[in-house]
Structures are given as C-alpha cells and as structure tokens.
Ligand binder design. Structure first.
Ligand SMILES: [Zn+2]
Length: 229
C-alpha cells in the first residue's frame, strides 16, 4: 500500500508577523501579458527552510555540499513537552522513549503549532526551547539532520520581536548541532498528523548554490521504516 504523505511545511504567505515578503506579478493577464509570472523576494530563513553550517560559521559548508542523501531518510519522531516557555532538556529526550539511531533524521515534535499560530507573535515569544544538553543528547546519537516544530533556541524570541540582537553563542542548537554538521530544518508544522514512530522524512530545499540556507518543502511518508540492524 502506498503510505500517506504528511506535509510538514508552513505555506509562504503575506502578512506574517515576523517576515515580510515582496511578491509581485511581473507578468499578468490584467496588464495584457500573454501569461502570468510571479517574482518574490524573501529571506531564506523565513517559513519552513533548511540551514547550512555557513549560517553560523564563516568557514562552514554551504548548500552546495548538501546532497539529497543528507536530507532524506528514516526519521525518529521524538515527542517533547509543548508547554509555554518550557526548557527542554536531555532528561526530556530520555523520557520521550524514542529510539534514535546513527544517521537518523530527528523529528522534534511538541505540537506547539496546535497551541499558537505561527502567524502570531506569541508563537515566537512563549515557545518551548532546547537546552544545550538536549542538543548534545541528539548529537551523541549520531543524527544526520533534524526538524523542529517550535522556535528551538530561546533567543529566537528576541530576533522575532527585534528587542535585541542575541550574541552568537546564544543560538544553542545552531552551535551544538548545525556547526557540527547536522543539517537543520526549521519552523515545520503539522507533526501531530504523523502516525508512525519511524517514518521516512523528505526534506527538499530548493537547489541554491553556495548559500547559508534555502526554503524547503518537508514531508514524511508515513510508514514505519525498519530500524538499522
Ligand atoms: Zn534558518
């Protein structure tokens, strides 16, 4: 049977509280053109997207080096407390009971998007977040990539509000995971629809050369993948 496909991507849309996009019709039927064609300007770190290590490391590798093998594969769904301002620790990782194997893609599921709308500021300002020991727990499992349904670093709330520019070292998951070569997918949604504990994750960033990141479509094929032997 063909497994169901769960779309985990936030649609790029106008009117978001954090990100402005500029979207225009460069060609339009209304203007008398023979066809319609859209042009858009947006941050590569808005909506659902992938980070490459270059994002936080001047000498880090870029999207050019990131192959589909690095962003597609069996995934471990890790259920975590989706409570306001909750620090998620290594103990929470243990308590999840998730089996995580080397080269897995970790899907961190808090279902925070079911409590707050990603379009509104309190999604960003009250979110649960990762402590460094939780990141190290994941790194020690040997994961190759990770996906989050919440703004995973505490300081992201300050980027969102513009209250201050956080220091480099405050970007916990970026330092503890991305800089060590774990590819990150940020700001996913709809993880509550995943039934499997071990689905097949498919992260498809648009193919941009030499970038610190790229917008991405992320889905899972919702069928249990075998654990490695
Ligand atoms: Zn990013």
């Amino acid at each position: 049977m063909t497994p169901s496909i769960v779309d985990l991507s936030v649609a790029v849309h106008d009117g978001h509280c954090r990100w402005a996009i500029e979207r225009v019709l460069a060609r339009s039927y209304e203007a008398g053109d023979t066809h319609q064609a859209t042009q858009m300007t947006m941050s590569f770190h808005s909506f659902t997207h992938m980070d490459s290590p270059k994002h936080f490391d001047r000498d880090g590798f870029t999207t050019t080096e990131i192959t589909p093998e690095m962003t597609i594969g069996p995934a471990a769904v890790i259920d975590l407390p989706g409570e306001s301002n909750r620090a998620i620790t290594a103990a929470d990782m243990d308590a999840s009971g998730a089996d995580v194997y080397p080269d897995d893609i970790a899907i961190l599921r808090t279902k925070w998007d079911q409590q707050r709308s990603v379009k509104e500021l309190n999604f960003w300002t009250n979110a649960p977040y990762l402590e460094a020991d939780a990141c190290r727990w994941l790194y020690d499992k040997g994961i190759k990539a990770i996906a989050y349904d919440f703004p995973q670093d505490y300081c992201i709330r300050d980027y969102a509000t513009g209250a201050r520019m956080p220091e480099w070292k405050e970007n916990t998951s970026h330092i503890e995971l991305l800089l060590k070569g774990v590819i990150m997918f940020e700001y996913l949604c709809n993880m509550g629809a995943i039934q499997s504990k071990r689905p097949l994750f498919v992260g498809l960033p648009i193919k941009v050369e030499d970038s610190d990141g790229a917008p991405a479509r992320c889905v899972v094929f919702d069928q249990e993948q075998p654990a490695p032997v």
